[in-house]
Design a protein around this ligand. Structure first.
Ligand code: PMP
Length: 353
């Protein structure tokens, strides 16, 4: 790194979950959707592949933003789209967090947030979750800097009710409150209906999980026109065309296919309820989850050991080697068959199978 600057050398980048090519692997480590994307999205993407790719895409993604605006009942000026919600989150931190004031996030949260803070030179003010990993709501009131949190939280899968989020937004009128709703479509309450009432609220979503389009890289944000203008300024100082023609076409069609989304999300929620019962029957301590993943630990067997025992049986989950959560496994919800293989592998790992 001889020619890299000191800031780059000091970076501690985010590590994404593995994408191994192992045959017959039960892949429950990156919260992907086990079902295919909407057939209408696939058809729209096929139609977008052709001579038209000679031309740059619409830099403002108007059709896609129109679909988002329609879905959430807001105006076009209140919608921003980006290359996955990771990019939208990065632009939100760049546009909204003040290096002089810093930003707030939980100690146990999406591990990309501290990376953005470090990259952009924003001091981090960390709010420790309660012992049971729930959010200490009163510590999120009356902040002196931007607040960023996922709802449901990652990797705990615990969700805050809308009223709690509303109180956080209302009690921080001079600072942005950014709610990362990557997992909201699996049963939690969304704050998107509050954006017309609170100028400081920004809600960020992704099509990666709920719409089964992790491979397409599309995320979006809904907020006040002033905040969205800030995000556009950052985007246009970085990359004019973050979404290609295929992504814009596929994401637009996927967002318009609401029935398909509801059907897949309903199936995942059913599978989640059964997996939760099965894990508890095996002795796991596993709270009620509202994302498309469970967060579980076993009182008798450590996280590292369980992770390795599963991997040896072709079942991949995620474990974070971090304080307070090292004993937990984060398990994405797959198909019923995949979850059955997980449970059988765990039975063997626990010596019950
Ligand atoms: N937010 C949270 C809480 C996540 O877990 C993820 C997925 N790693 C993202 C945002 C980013 O998702 P994507 O970039 O695929 O939209």
């Amino acid at each position: 790194m001889k020619f890299c600057n000191a800031r780059t050398r000091a970076l501690d980048p985010y590590t994404p979950g593995e994408q191994p090519r192992i045959e017959n692997l039960v892949k429950l480590n990156t919260n992907e959707n086990p079902y295919p994307p909407s057939p209408r999205a696939i058809e729209a993407m096929r139609a977008a592949v052709g001579e038209g790719l000679r031309l740059y895409p619409d830099p403002e993604s108007v059709e896609l933003r129109r679909a988002v605006a329609k879905r959430h009942n807001v105006s076009l000026e209140q919608v921003f789209v980006g290359n996955g919600s990771d990019e939208v989150l990065a632009f939100a931190v760049a546009a909204l967090a003040d290096p002089g004031l810093g930003m707030r996030f939980f100690d146990i949260t999406y591990s990309f947030y501290p990376v953005y803070a470090q990259l952009m030179g924003i001091p981090a003010h960390v709010i420790a979750l309660n012992d049971d990993l729930t959010v200490p709501i009163e510590k999120c009131f009356g902040n002196d800097s931007m607040l960023l949190f996922p709802n449901p939280n990652a990797p705990t899968s615990l969700a805050l009710p809308l009223e709690a989020v509303r109180l956080m937004v209302e009690s921080n009128p001079d600072h942005a409150v950014v709610v990362d709703e990557a997992y909201v479509e699996f049963g939690a309450q969304s704050a998107v209906e509050l954006v017309n009432g609170y100028e400081n609220l920004l809600v960020i979503r992704t099509l990666s999980k709920s719409h089964a389009l992790a491979g397409l890289r599309v995320g979006y944000a809904v907020g006040s026109a002033g905040i969205i203008e800030g995000l556009n300024r950052v985007k246009n100082s970085f990359n004019s065309y973050p979404l290609d023609r295929i992504a814009q076409a596929g994401a637009t069609a996927a967002l318009l296919d609401e029935d398909y989304l509801l059907e897949c999300s309903g199936r995942i929620q059913k599978t989640r309820a059964k997996a939760l019962r099965d894990l508890r029957a095996l002795g796991f301590d596993c709270p009620e989850a509202l994302g498309n993943f469970l967060f579980a630990r076993h009182p008798q067997k450590g996280g590292r050991e369980l992770f390795a025992a599963l991997r040896a049986q072709g079942v991949l989950v995620r474990r974070f080697d971090k304080p307070r959560i090292g004993e937990y496994l984060r398990i994405s919800i797959g198909t019923d068959e995949q979850m059955q293989r997980l449970i059988e592998a765990l039975q063997r790992a626990l010596g019950e199978g």
